[in-house]
Design a protein around this ligand. Structure first.
Ligand code: ZN
Length: 661
């Protein structure tokens, strides 16, 4: 088969025309079969692939679990050259690179927490070697090093932007580093198509993404966000803990996630569940990587049933048989809720997404606005205090990085962590500092002594010898350069305790056998600019007022969802994402309550149609006119209420008319 030959040429031989990347062949299905073993594409995968393969900038909207990676991996393999993938999810990056390598495809990754030497080596590999994928975290693309190397690459065939909503100020997860992506297009001397992918975006964000990435023309390919097997429920309750227990007991089988806002609550609720005989783990960003991994594995392998977690749990989790996701607290946006709830039922079987709601939540949620957007004066004061804390004078400090302990800082300056965190984020967005709440600096080591010298080393303990042996057997290149190691892994290999291994490595470092940089995950603050006079700190409308308004709007929408008792939940969510759902879902709490009252959905739809017919002329009509429709008053009220909430109609005194689109 000739197509097959030309394709394998593409992949195994060095690129024949390094100056002409791109040039897609269209044997996508063959590629899918050969590398993934699937016989057909799913959903909108093929549409996206064809579009990007034709060289068109493309925005793909697909819910998580829709098979995003196929959308850029298959077309890349059909082209010549290297696909640059920008994603903030380090674990996902590593996972995908490992998967690609298993399939014999050359891929590399550059993320935060790597040493400069490693970055240079990888970038050089990508310039010289026949690599097909380079995964980069958004913070890396702004560096001069990256840009210089990118200009020399000359073999980029496409740019893929994962989690593309992060580029939008109007998105719920804005990341300033994303703003630099479009400029990369200028560094590449020929046109390169951009594929943006996201699982959540409102119509406003969809427009913004395309603009910010300099799309040549608008081109959105999206699939429905409807999840037919997911049953949305809101439970209004005075006692959330009781309700949570009740739900977990009445859905006795399958994995579950309970999302809560606070780290403390994850521990408390997990303990409570355990005391009721339900196997549960807690999970939050304050745990060490090793602890998090272990708990995640326990849950994934069904050794525990419930994961009680903050929103730190979720990225890259792909457990298909989660039957229940409970939200103990309200998230601060529908986007976040939809993402988290959507982790239930990936396997297509019936599953529940339950939101626990107490009218007091209205207050707590509204308070988050002032916590997330503290007064400007407060933000300036925080900047001043931080500079005091690090003893940085006005005009100094540019490009210096400092470890940041928020607790220590708050003790010294009598500030509160939540507000300080928000203030630092805003200073970050305004470009004064680079604030990293979470780093992923793995431990690393290299040998100082040469191999021959090691054999002559006789004074080490037995344990130390065993450890050295394990390192030499399991990590290559330790004599040449720093390599990343994991104390946990070494602990598994040697049977020694991880803390003890840490001590041994410290000792070896003290004796100049190795260089050892221990794991570090504490937050950092980097001064991007020299310290400015506090009064001169500018927080523009874009950074502050507009974002605050938008945040308030998202919170209102979340409260609307939680407090409504008249609108189908699934329909509300779809409407939020700009999708017009035709039918009620028939299974959410609102739909079920209607069924109980004996209101038939199709009856509602007929009523809806009749009302529209009467109001079609756009004129004001008297409400009494609607009584001519021969139906029960109660049903008529229900339909009218829903039409009002969905902005289909407007009312004035006892008159009603259809709202203009
Ligand atoms: Zn419904």
């Amino acid at each position: 088969m000739s197509t097959k030959d030309s394709k394998s040429d593409d992949i195994t031989t060095p690129l024949p025309h390094m100056d002409e990347p791109g040039g897609a062949s269209t044997n996508y299905l063959d590629i899918l079969r050969e590398y993934w073993g699937y016989d057909s594409f799913r959903g909108i995968q093929e549409q996206i692939i064809t579009s990007i393969g034709e060289g068109r900038d493309t925005l793909g909207l697909m819910p998580t679990g829709g098979g995003k990676s196929i959308c850029f991996q298959v077309p890349t393999l059909a082209m010549k050259g290297l696909c640059l993938v920008i994603t903030p999810l380090i674990s996902l990056m590593k996972d995908q690179v490992a998967q690609l390598r298993l399939r014999g495809i050359k891929a590399e990754t550059i993320h935060t927490g790597m040493v400069r030497d490693d970055v240079v080596r990888i970038l050089d590999n990508c310039i010289l070697g026949d690599y097909r994928f380079l995964y980069v975290s958004p913070e890396r693309i702004g560096s001069d090093l990256f840009r210089t190397k990118l200009e020399r690459m000359g073999n980029i065939c496409m740019i893929c932007v994962d989690e593309a909503h992060c580029i939008s100020q109007w998105g719920y997860d804005f990341r300033p580093a994303y703003q630099q992506i479009a400029e990369l297009r200028n560094l590449i001397p020929y046109p390169v198509p951009v594929l943006a992918l996201t699982a959540t975006a409102t119509p406003k964000v969809v427009d913004d993404i395309q603009e910010k990435l300099w799309f040549k023309e608008k081109n959105v390919i999206s699939m429905s966000f409807e999840r037919k097997n997911l049953i949305y429920v809101v439970r209004q309750t005075e006692n959330k803990t009781e309700e949570m227990l009740h739900i977990l007991k009445s859905v006795p089988q399958g994995s579950a996630i309970v999302y809560t806002r606070s780290r403390r609550l994850t521990t408390e609720l997990a303990q409570l569940l355990q005391s009721h005989g339900i196997m549960a783990e807690s999970y939050h960003a304050g745990l060490t990587t090793a602890e998090r991994d272990l708990r995640q594995i326990n849950w994934t392998k069904d050794r525990s049933r419930v994961m009680v977690a903050t929103n730190a749990f979720g990225m890259g989790i792909d457990k298909p048989d989660v039957r229940l996701v409970i939200h103990y607290n309200l998230p601060d946006s529908i986007e976040a809720y939809f993402q988290e709830a959507g982790r239930a039922g990936r396997d297509g079987n019936a599953s529940y997404a339950v939101l626990l709601y107490n009218p007091k939540d209205n207050y707590t949620l509204s308070r988050r606005v002032s916590e997330t957007y503290p007064e400007k004066e407060y933000i300036r004061e925080t900047y001043e205090n931080i500079s005091c804390y690090y003893e940085i004078g006005v005009g100094d400090g540019r490009n210096t990085t400092h470890l940041f302990s928020i607790d220590d800082f708050c003790r010294k300056f009598k500030q509160f962590p939540v507000q300080v965190n928000s203030a630092l984020k805003l200073l970050n967005n305004a470009g004064y500092i680079d604030y990293r709440e979470e780093n992923d600096m793995k431990s690393r080591l290299r040998f100082i002594l040469r191999k021959e010298e090691l054999y002559r080393l006789h004074e080490g303990s037995k344990d130390m010898e065993m450890l050295m042996d394990a390192i030499l057997r399991n990590y290559t290149g330790v004599f040449a350069d720093f390599v990343l190691i994991e104390e946990m892994h070494l602990s598994h290999l040697t049977g020694l305790d991880a803390d003890y291994i840490y001590d041994l490595l410290k000792e070896m470092a003290a004796r100049r056998i190795i260089d050892y940089i221990p794991h570090n995950s504490s937050p950092t603050i980097t001064y991007v600019l020299p310290r400015v006079d506090t009064e001169r700190i500018m927080l523009s409308e874009d950074v502050y007022e507009l974002r605050k308004e938008d945040y308030q709007h998202r919170i209102n929408k979340m409260l609307e969802y939680a407090s409504s008792t008249t609108r189908c939940r699934s329909r509300m969510l779809l409407n939020y994402f700009g999708e017009k759902a035709q039918d009620e879902c028939g299974q959410c709490d609102v739909c079920l309550a209607r069924k109980k009252k004996g209101i038939n959905v199709s009856e509602m739809e007929r009523t809806h149609e009749r009302i529209i017919e009467i109001l079609e002329d756009g004129e004001w009509h008297s409400i009494t006119e609607l009584n001519n429709i021969n139906i029960r008053r109660e049903l008529l009220d229900d339909v009218l209420r829903q039409m009002t909430e969905e902005n289909e109609i407007e009312t004035k005194r006892s008159k009603i008319r259809k709202r203009e689109e």
